[in-house]
Structure formats: structure tokens, C-alpha cells
Design a protein around this ligand. Sequence first.
Ligand SMILES: Cc1cc2nc3c(=O)[nH]c(=O)nc-3n(C[C@H](O)[C@H](O)[C@H](O)COP(=O)(O)O)c2cc1C
Ligand code: SF4
Length: 358
Amino acid sequence: MQILTKNNFNSWKIAQNLTPKNIIKKVSDSGLRGRGGANFLTGKKWELSYPAQYLIVNSDESEPGRFKDKFILEKNPELVIEGIAIAMRATNAKTTYIYLREEYKEYKKSLEKIVKKINLNVSVIVGAGSYICGEETAILNSLEGLRPESRKKPPYPSEFGLFGKKTVINNLETIARIPLVFSDSFDKDLLLFSISGDVEKPGVYELKEGIKLFELLSLVGSHDSKAIFFGASGGCIKTDKNISLSYENINKMGGFFETGIIVVDKSKSIPDMCRSIIQFFNEENCGKCVPCREGNFRLLQLFQVILKRRWKKEEFEIIKNLALHIPYGSQCALGESSTLHLQTALKYFKNEFDSLIF
Ligand SMILES: Cc1cc2nc3c(=O)[nH]c(=O)nc-3n(C[C@H](O)[C@H](O)[C@H](O)COP(=O)(O)O)c2cc1C
Ligand code: SF4
């Protein structure tokens, strides 16, 4: 795995002799894209933010099924700190906050120990345990001591970020890949997949974007799957084994490619999966806008109905309408993606829903 490279701060030594502009060019030329979900070009983000005041390393990692940052924190935290040192030089950031989800607080001490090696202003902050804090503007609120809810964009953090200053926010895996950009063997298509659910060998795998689903399923020991879910927010697809797992392809299929993959076998009910995802979004939305807060609440009420009886036709119509309309009335990507699981499940597993209607 490239992500396990023991680099001994060698790339940092090279970067110290390069200008910020040249480091940004190197990152841009490498084609590295952010691993936080939006797949945005890292070099471009740095260029837009220059000269930044703050760097935030996002390891809130609360997407269900995603645990790749945890793997890096456990196996190669040095690479993260080396990436931070290089990113601070490239973006001009004077202060870095590594934002860890509450459940990862055990890694704070080891990170702080490595930080001493680079003599830069880097602090490790432990969040209070909330999915929305991973969203790039909610994380700003959280760090400023405000209620963690997302802000309206624009302005983007690259213009008006932490305490009103230009801020770069990158996922922890993105930052860990920065030192690797300096090596000839760097491969921009390698992604860390977290795989869980109905598989014999759950875990973190470094695989190329575009890998065929059948390859992935045989690697993790899945024999009887019918669906994969891309976390809670990326929707689901049928396990047609020839599908290639790329951002573009999954997008075409109506989902959103997320490397936290949950495999579901034939013994499970897809509406039941949707019910637990709806519960998740009910608990985790920040409550700021009505369609996301009330719409997901209403969906949950409707999904609880099937624990006792079948849906009436009118109830199922409301479900379909909510699945379509909640995203349009929502201010941030949490609300926008909160019914993608349902939209895709209705598309690929309609028969399972039909069997639940009177
Ligand atoms: C609800 C929500 C939760 C998010 N959680 C995370 C997270 O835990 N970690 C992360 O890196 N990005 C998360 N993101 C994406 C961030 O907003 C942001 O795009 C990302 O940190 C940018 O890093 P990158 O450019 O390196 O991908 C989340 C977005 C949303 C809408
Ligand atoms: S869409 Fe949901 S999570 Fe986003 S701001 Fe609105 S209520 Fe909060």
C-alpha cells in the first residue's frame, strides 16, 4: 500500500527548497484530488486559497461505513504530519488544526508527539461527535465555538474561512498523500476503500478508482450480495458485477461515489436499510432548515409504519415526493444527499418497496 510508505520526512526536506508556487504546481500536476468526498483538485484548492492563514485537516470521519482515516492514524500518522508541513509551506498557512472525531481521541497524543518533529504551529482538536462537523463550514463553526451548523456558500472557506481568514480544508487522507506526490511511483488513482457489511474480510483496502465491482467483491469475500451502499449519503446500486467503481460511472447510475462501501446480501431488506439511514439523517442533521429537518423526520415516521403494517398508496406517494424534494430545499450537502439512498433504492429495488404497499 502506498499509504503505508515510511517516508521519513524526505519529501518535506525536498519541499523546503521549493517555492510555494512550485509545490502547488507539483500537487496540481500530480492530479491529486481530495479524498473528503467532493473529489476536488487539491492543487486548485491550494491555489485559490493562497495565501491562507489556516489549514484544517478534516478527520471528523462520521460517514457510516467510512474508517479509512482511522487506518492512517493507526498505521502511518507520520505521513499526515509530513503532509501538513508541506501543505503549510505551499499555502502559507501559519496555523493548522487537525480535527478528529470524538471517537478518535486516542490518536491525539501520538499525533502531538510527531508534530514536535516539524516545529510548526499544529494543534489537535477533538470534536464533540457530530456528523455535520465534517462539512467544511460546520467545522469552522465548531472550531470557533459556535453551534455546529453549516454556513451558506459562497463565501467559500478559501475566501472567508476560520475567523474570517482564508482557510484550506483538506481530508486527512488527502494530506497523507501529499508526501507521496514527490515520488515517481505516485498513483493519483489509488484510493483507500473502507469495506464493511456482509463480507468475510471487512477492512481498509488501497485500490484503483475504476476497479470492477466483481474484483472488489471477490477480494473481500462476498458471495451472495445484492446491493452496495456508498456510505449513508452516496446511495446504492445493484451488484451487477461488471460495474466499474469510479466517480463518473456511479454518478451516471444516479449515486455518488463514496469509498466507504457497505455490502448487503440477499437476506437483507433494502427498505430496512433505508430506514436505518433515515434514522441516521434524523439524528445528524443540524436542524437549521425545514425541508431537511422536518422532511427527514416525516420520512422516518413513514418508515416506522412498516414495522407494524404495509403502506397505504398515499403514504408511499408522500415517501416518493419527499425523496425527490428534500434535496432541493436543503441548504447544505447533508440535506441534498440525505435521500439519495432512497432515490437509488426506489430505482434499483422497486419490487421490495412494492411488496410493502397495500
Ligand atoms: C455532512 C458532511 C459531512 C462531511 N464529513 C467529512 C469528513 O468527515 N471528512 C472529510 O474530509 N470531509 C467531509 N465532508 C466534506 C467536506 O465538506 C470537504 O469537502 C472536505 O473536507 C474537503 O477535503 P478534500 O478537498 O481533501 O476532499 C463532509 C461533507 C458533508 C456535507
Ligand atoms: S440541509 Fe440539513 S444539515 Fe444542512 S443546513 Fe439544512 S438542516 Fe442543517
